[in-house]
Design a protein around this ligand. Structure first.
Ligand code: PEP
Ligand code: MG
Length: 605
């Protein structure tokens, strides 16, 4: 562990709590840049047991609302589980989901819970538990075998609803100036906390390209991940400084340190503002090469700000959030079409690359029958091809319809063989024909590309480049699969680096295959936002990059200072380096020479 200011902790001290007067610095991994100063809110989901029996009469309305929200959410969870896991559920599992869904629609049960909340001022959790338990007892005493078995379904439903209620309550008590510290956060948790106005978050697990970091960056929320001792050190209400670029959490900082971070924050904000004036000129390098710089987008809501940031459209729109964000489940074809239409409209002729749903890996979704290796399991295109009716075809139809309003492209995740692309192409044609016969407006001119994120695709890049309309390199996954390092595991995070020469060789190979087949190649992994990596990427021949939205101005600014001719020499040296550290040392020195003071100051701070 390392430290900047204050008293530093070593690993053996890490489980001691810090006293109020000791400044302590916990080191983690920078998850999303930015500085936040606030007070700690520890988040640990309590076990599903009832914490509170009664509420104040003035809270009855809020309690009723919490209950109604929990019921709707449980219904959506059940629907999602069903859509994804039909064939793993078997008859028994189907019956269980059905019984739970029916119970959630039973007005007698719901009315009884609401009555207890309104008349007895019981907490939603207590009322719900009492009602479901009474039902359970009746079922258990029944003569009928079938009804007796249903008692177990009720037990599961009670646990599910209690979990949801407690999660909602925990989130609703968080103060707007809080910095949430948790072991893990799901994407849905993070979005809910963000809506409550938190300033930043720290998790003890996770790595730089774990999904929670990506979501935090998209939300412009400073974050640290993999800060393994954070929960041992902080208490609720502790004043902390979160430095999301360095990955440092400073607990009980002295006033002078707070003041110096405030100044740094204002300076960075001013710097960023001065860089967010979009202009109509293309982004060019110092020696005049035009570079296409696009945005990675996670949420429909952020599309409005794209126009202010400049850039050349959307290079990656992840669609998992449409599915996972919990509060609004937007798998509905019409709602998807509306989001894609917006993406098409805001990007005009530049267009938007929409990636098909990439479920699995760390994009959390608890499925029955957990997998031992989810990153090597049922993920991305594999899920879609197994769920054509509920997932893949509706998404393809929504894209075909939205394409009337602009220039969309479809990107397939987690592909490993050309036959997968061909199957999707066939389905796309079938859906276009179906829309034709139904007289629904659509545009079938929809380029189809694949993510190069599994080594198999990079190794067969020649074949893929001939079979698709474009290639998009996903270094977040490619790195983990090449180096056998889990992208979300903080224990091995220091071994994870997209600048490892083995990864760079695959990038080079893919770029060459694209050049040969005249198939455009872009790169949309997080390494494209890493200013130290940029010259290496340009030197390898990449001319299209897609970066997280908040990084756009900084990346465009950095590109304008790089000479591609010089960067080619740097890339050649990187390809023959022995490891990622050696590459980083060389590129860091190179960038210090090349970037102006604004950029290096930002990097060094
Ligand atoms: C990638 O793997 O690089 C990528 C962009 O996709 P994701 O981070 O969503 O897996
Ligand atoms: Mg990926």
């Amino acid at each position: 562990m390392v430290l900047t200011e204050g008293t530093f902790m070593t690993d053996d001290q890490s489980n001691m709590s810090s006293s109020a007067s000791d400044p302590v610095v916990v080191e983690g991994i920078g998850g999303a840049p930015g500085i936040a100063i606030g007070s700690v809110h520890r988040y640990r989901l309590p076990p599903p047991e009832i914490q509170q029996r009664n509420v104040d009469p003035s809270d009855v309305e809020e309690e009723l609302q919490l209950f109604d929200d929990a019921v709707s959410r449980a219904e959506r969870e059940l629907e999602k589980t069903h859509a994804l896991a039909q064939d793993q559920l078997g008859e028994e599992g189907e019956a269980l989901l059905e019984a739970q869904t029916l119970m959630l629609q039973d007005e007698e049960v719901l009315g009884a819970v609401r009555q207890r909340i309104t008349e007895n001022h019981e907490s939603a959790a207590h009322a719900l538990s009492s009602v479901l338990r009474a039902h359970r007892r009746r079922l258990e005493e029944s003569e009928d075998d079938y009804l007796r078995e249903r008692a177990g379904d009720l037990e599961e439903l009670e646990a599910r609803l209690l979990q949801i209620l407690q999660r909602n309550r925990t989130v609703s008590t968080v103060q707007p100036n809080a910095i949430v510290v948790a072991e893990r956060l799901t994407a849905a948790d993070l979005i809910r906390f963000h809506r409550h106005g938190i300033l930043g978050c720290v998790t003890t697990k996770g790595g730089e390209t774990s999904h929670v970091s990506i979501i935090a960056r998209a939300l412009n929320l400073p974050a640290i991940v993999g800060a393994d001792t954070a929960l041992d050190v902080v208490a609720n209400g502790d004043r902390v400084i979160l430095d999301g670029r360095q990955g440092h959490l400073i607990v009980h900082p002295a006033d002078e340190i707070v003041e110096s971070y405030r100044q740094r924050r204002s300076r960075n904000e001013a710097l960023l503002k001065s860089k967010t004036e979009p202009d109509d000129h293309p982004t060019t390098t110092a020696d005049g090469e035009v570079i296409t710089v696009q945005a990675n987008v996670e949420f429909g809501e952020t599309l409005d700000s794209l126009g202010h940031l400049g850039g050349d459209g959307i290079g990656l729109m992840r669609t998992e959030m449409l599915f996972l964000s919990g509060d609004e489940m937007v798998m509905d074809e019409n709602e998807q079409a509306a989001t894609y239409r917006k993406a098409a409209e805001v990007t005009g002729t530049h267009g938007a690359t929409i990636r098909l749903l990439d479920l699995g890996g760390d994009k959390l979704f608890s499925l029955p029958g957990n997998e031992a290796n989810p990153f090597l399991g049922w993920r991305g295109i594999r899920v879609l091809l197994d769920r054509p009716e509920s997932l893949l075809r509706p998404q393809l139809r929504a894209l075909l319809r939205a394409n009337v309003h602009g220039a969309l492209r479809v990107l397939l995740p987690m592909v490993t063989q050309v036959s997968e692309v061909e199957r999707v192409r066939e389905m796309l044609a079938e859906e276009a024909r179906r829309l034709d016969t139904q007289d629904i407006a659509h545009d079938a001119d929809l380029p189809l590309g694949v993510m190069v994120e599994v080594p198999a695709v990079a190794l067969q890049a020649n074949l893929f480049a001939e079979s698709v309309d474009f290639l998009s390199i996903g270094t977040n996954d490619l790195t983990q699969y090449v180096l056998a390092v889990d992208r979300g595991n903080d224990r091995v995070a220091n071994r994870y680096d997209a600048l490892h020469p083995a990864v760079l060789h695959l990038l080079r190979r893919t770029v060459e295959a694209g050049e040969f087949a005249e198939t455009p190649v872009s790169l949309c992994g997080e390494v494209a936002s890493d200013l130290y990596a940029l010259p290496v990427l340009l030197g390898l021949g990449l001319r299209r990059l897609s970066v997280s939205m908040p990084s756009l101005p900084e990346v465009m600014h950095a590109i304008s200072q790089i000479s591609v001719r010089d960067a080619e020499d740097l890339a050649t040296a990187a390809l023959s380096a022995s490891d990622a550290d050696a590459v980083r040392r060389t590129t860091r020195d190179w960038c210090r020479e090349c970037y102006d003071a604004d950029l290096t100051m930002d990097l060094d701070n």
